[in-house]
Design a protein around this ligand. Structure first.
Ligand SMILES: [Zn+2]
Ligand SMILES: [Zn+2]
Length: 282
C-alpha cells in the first residue's frame, strides 16, 4: 500500500465503509518493514496515519458509550481523544478539511463544555524514577537517555513509564492536568460510588444525533433566571419542581442567577433546539 492510497482511504473515513482495525493491521506491517530498513521518516509517517485511525476509533467508541448513557466511560474516551490529538499535532498540522480531525476536535471540546463535570481530583505526584519506552533505560534527573519524550523513534512515540512515585498531595481543582479524575460522591453506608450528576443536556443531544459523523455545533450564552420562567406562580405556592417546598424557598431562590444557555445547531431543521441547563430545572 502506497502513502497516496492510505491517504485516500483515510479521507473517506467518515463514510465508515471499511474496517479501521484491518487498516491499522496493514499499517503496522508496512511500518515494521520501514523500521527493519531504518527508514525513520517513512516509519514516522505511518505513525501519523495510525494516530488518525486511533482518533477515529476512539471517537466512534465515545459516541456509542454516550448514546448508551455510559457517561463517565464516554468522558474518559473523550479525554483520550484530546491527548491523542495533542500528540499528533506535534508532528502533523492538519487543516479544516483533512481527515475530519477538525470536526472531531470541535465536537470533543463542545461535549466537554456540556458535560456536568466541573471539579476534578488533582493528584500531585513526585516521579522518583521513570523508564524510557524506547530504550528501556531507567531515567533519573542525573541519568538521562538520548530519547526525547513525544518524539518518534522507529515509528513509536517516546514516553516515560513511571517506575517509582510518591503521592504528595490530592486536591480538588477546576482545571486539572488531565480530566480522568472526576469527583464523585460515595455512599456512607455501602461505600459505593454515587453518580450525583445531571446528564440531561448530553441525553438531549444524543437523542437528536444518530451517527458519530453527523455534524452539530454548540452556541453558549449567559442568561438570567426570571420569575416569568416559572409561569404564573405565587411566591408561597408549592414549587413546580415537586420538592414539596414553597416556591420562594426552593427554585424561587434561583431568580436573578446566571446560567449557561446551550443551543445545539444540527442539520435537521426540525431539531434546531434550545436547551437550558440544570440550575433552571432544579
Ligand atoms: Zn531512551
Ligand atoms: Zn423547586
Amino acid at each position: 500500500m502506497k502513502n497516496i492510497e492510505i491517504e485516500q482511504k483515510l479521507s473517506q473515513i467518515n463514510l465508515q465503509n471499511y474496517s479501521l482495525e484491518e487498516l491499522n493491521t496493514n499499517l503496522q506491517l508496512i511500518k515494521e518493514k520501514y523500521v527493519e530498513k531504518d527508514q525513520q521518516e517513512e516509519a514516522k509517517q505511518i505513525w501519523v496515519y495510525q494516530r488518525i485511525l486511533e482518533i477515529h476509533k476512539l471517537y466512534v467508541k465515545a459516541f456509542s458509550l454516550l448514546k448508551n448513557k455510559q457517561y463517565y466511560k464516554g468522558w474518559c474516551v473523550l479525554e483520550q481523544i484530546e491527548i491523542t490529538i495533542n500528540s499528533l499535532k506535534r508532528h502533523f498540522q492538519y487543516n479544516e478539511k483533512e481527515y475530519y480531525l477538525w470536526n472531531i476536535e470541535k465536537s470533543v471540546l463542545n461535549l466537554q463544555v456540556i458535560f456536568p463535570y466541573k471539579l476534578f481530583n488533582s493528584i500531585e505526584i513526585l516521579h522518583k524514577s521513570e523508564k524510557c519506552s524506547i530504550c528501556g533505560k531507567i531515567v533519573k534527573i542525573r541519568n538521562l537517555c538520548e530519547h526525547i519524550v513525544g518524539e518518534i523513534y522507529n515509528g513509536e512515540m517516546c514516553y516515560r513509564e513511571v517506575v517509582d512515585a510518591e503521592i504528595l498531595n490530592v486536591s480538588l481543582v477546576e482545571n486539572p492536568g488531565n480530566k480522568f479524575s472526576v469527583f464523585f460522591l460515595v455512599d456512607e453506608n455501602t461505600g459505593e460510588q454515587i453518580d450525583q450528576y445531571n446528564y440531561d443536556d448530553i441525553d438531549y443531544l444524543f437523542s437528536i444525533i444518530n451517527n458519530p459523523y453527523e455534524q452539530w455545533d454548540l452556541e453558549v450564552s449567559q442568561q438570567v433566571v426570571t420569575k416569568n420562567d416559572y409561569g404564573n406562580i405565587d411566591r408561597n405556592d408549592l414549587c413546580p419542581c415537586g420538592s414539596n417546598k414553597k416556591f420562594k424557598n426552593c427554585c424561587g431562590l434561583n431568580i436573578g442567577k446566571k446560567y449557561p444557555h446551550y443551543e445545539f445547531i444540527v442539520n435537521n431543521p426540525n431539531y434546531r433546539a434550545i436547551l437550558s441547563n440544570t440550575i433552571k430545572k432544579k
